[in-house]
Design a protein around this ligand. Structure first.
Ligand code: IPE
Ligand code: MG
Length: 235
């Protein structure tokens, strides 16, 4: 979700106003995605690098997150949205952690649709955490070092029991990954849109999904393999 700051700047408003509008887009996009048939939506809300922003902006973002979580709990329960997180959430402010725990607990039995918030998330941090946990499991005799398969290591990522993303969308015209789900997005399709996050609508999401549907995903195979042999049509 990128472009909140630029959205505000274009209007001569403080950056936080862009973030406030960005929260509205989080709300609308959460339900737009579900309407469009998405089963899991992950939003990159706060990265491990975002702490380096000016202290007042970080504080305002945490405040907004708290406000959002307080307001959404009821909506999530009513509309059967399961909330989960990825990232080092134990380093988030205690108030945010408490709200996260409550919301995650109260929505954990919903199975149709999941919203994942990436909070204090970074793919490199995730890999370090996973390698540490894997090494500890090997040391404890719970894993065999020689069985170093992807399927095994995958269980130590924050996303252990989540499917890989099929589609990754970045708003605001930047064409970078910025440390987001590096391993999980190995075979994802990417859509980059110039739309700033506060302006992102259901139609923009639908357009990105339509673009995704046009792509041929080969996962290392040939086009013929994935589409099947060309059949001779008898006239
Ligand atoms: C993304 O918008 C929001 C968060 C990182 C929380 P930015 O704040 O990065 O917006 P720009 O890049 O300055 O426009
Ligand atoms: Mg940005």
């Amino acid at each position: 979700m990128d472009g909140n700051g630029r959205w505000a700047k274009q209007r001569g408003l403080p950056r936080i106003e862009g973030h406030r509008r960005g929260v509205e887009t989080v709300r609308t996009t959460t339900f737009a995605a579900r309407d469009l048939g998405v089963k899991m939506l992950t939003l990159y809300a706060f990265s491990v690098e975002n702490w380096k922003r000016p202290q007042d902006e970080v504080g305002a973002l945490m405040g907004l997150l708290e406000f959002y979580l307080k307001k959404e709990l009821e909506t999530f329960v009513r509309d059967r949205v399961r909330l989960r997180t990825i990232g080092r959430t134990d380093e988030m402010p205690p108030g945010v952690q408490k709200l996260l725990r409550t919301t995650i607990e109260e929505t954990k039995h919903f199975t149709d649709y999941t919203l994942v918030l990436a909070l204090n998330y970074g793919a490199r941090t995730e890999i370090v955490d996973a390698a540490r946990a894997y090494a500890a499991a090997v040391a404890a005799g719970k894993e065999k070092l020689n069985d170093g398969s992807w399927a095994t290591f995958n269980r130590y990522l924050y996303t252990a029991d989540m499917p890989d993303p099929d589609l990754v969308i970045r708003t605001s015209g930047e064409t970078r990954i910025s440390n987001f789900l590096l391993l999980q997005a190995a075979y994802a399709e990417f859509v980059f849109t110039p739309v700033l996050w506060p302006d992102f609508t259901k139609a923009d999401l639908a357009a990105a999904i339509a673009e995704f549907n046009k792509r041929e995903r080969r996962f290392g195979q040939t086009s013929e393999q994935v589409t099947g042999p060309v059949k001779t049509v008898a006239k």
